[in-house]
Ligand binder design. Structure first.
Ligand code: PDD
Length: 284
């Protein structure tokens, strides 16, 4: 069935949606994006995604196409028009269309597109069985804190993981895991400590990561934000990743190492439950 999508002021059928071949998102990956999940037709953690969108725009000195309230109105209208109960709303802003030139155009109008995707997030089979991940070199640029649409390195890593028979990749730089291809990476040590890399330009500042850390703290769990190595991860009792599109996702195998009993562990499952409860309660 054809979706209704949003393109620069218009709600149109997906087949009708068009952007210019001169759009800088297309030519230079000069654009940013956000993905907000939807449960029961309501947006999850959306204020956090909006705040990060604002930060990405300002880091790239990119104009804002409209206010946060207007963005929310479009998100909600798309959820309604597409009758979306569970899935995601994707939002992308680029610097706009201008004749090809590395320097920023003086008068380009930012381009805004949004669309919905249905997705089984709560009862995803992967959440029940856990993921197998492989470690691969992190070849991305050095501003991973900005959520840009230049996702080729992540796409290549995910495809390599798939070709190797795994579900995803955790990326490694200077001997330490940075994050997953499209998620933040966590391990739970033998003595129950939850470890995830600290915030810096090396990783995306995940909105789900932040909310899950808050849940862990409220549950009295020990959190440590520091880099960890693949070798530490192999020895971990549990591991998981976090993202808006998968929430808390158990990881049960890293390279050739099976963690624990090879099934999602209790800390991971607890955090998934706590996060889902919190997220639903605060949904808009
Ligand atoms: N990815 N790290 C990277 C590299 C990501 O692309 C993402 C999100 C995250 C998790 O961030 P958040 O919890 O705010 O979703 C971490 C989205 C879901 C995507 O590209 O589809």
């Amino acid at each position: 069935m054809s979706r209704t999508v949003y393109v620069n002021g218009d709600y149109v059928a997906e087949e009708e949606a068009k952007v210019s071949i001169f759009d800088r998102g297309f030519l230079f990956a000069d654009g940013i994006y956000e993905v907000s999940s939807v449960l029961d037709g309501k947006l999850i953690d959306n204020a956090g995604h909006m705040a990060r969108l604002g930060r990405s725009l300002s880091e790239l000195k990119m104009a804002r196409p409209c206010s946060d309230d207007e963005l929310l109105t479009i998100q909600k209208e798309l959820i309604k028009r597409n009758n979306l109960s569970e899935g995601v709303v994707y939002m992308q802003i680029t610097r706009g269309a201008a004749d090809r030139d590395f320097n920023f155009p003086k008068d380009a109008t930012p381009s805004l597109i949004m669309f919905t995707q249905e997705k089984n997030i709560l009862n995803s089979p992967n959440a029940a069985k856990g993921l197998a991940v492989v470690t691969l070199p992190d070849i991305r640029w050095h501003r991973r804190d900005i959520k840009t649409v230049q996702l080729l390195a992540s796409s290549l890593a995910k495809q390599t993981a798939k070709d190797m028979g795994a579900d995803d990749a955790w990326l490694v730089e200077d001997g330490f895991i940075t994050e997953g291809t499209s998620n933040n990476a966590f391990i739970v040590t033998d003595d129950g400590q939850i470890i995830t890399r600290q915030l810096s330009n090396d990783i995306l500042h995940g909105i789900t990561r932040k909310a899950v850390l808050k849940c862990a703290e409220a549950a009295g769990l020990t959190l440590i934000e520091r880099p960890f190595t693949p070798e530490e991860a192999y020895e971990a009792r549990e591991a998981f990743s976090t993202s808006a599109s998968a929430f808390v996702m158990p990881v049960v195998k890293i390279d050739d190492h099976i963690l624990g009993n090879g099934v999602p562990g209790p800390v991971t499952q607890k955090l998934r439950e706590l996060y889902i409860a919190e997220a639903k309660a605060a949904a808009v």
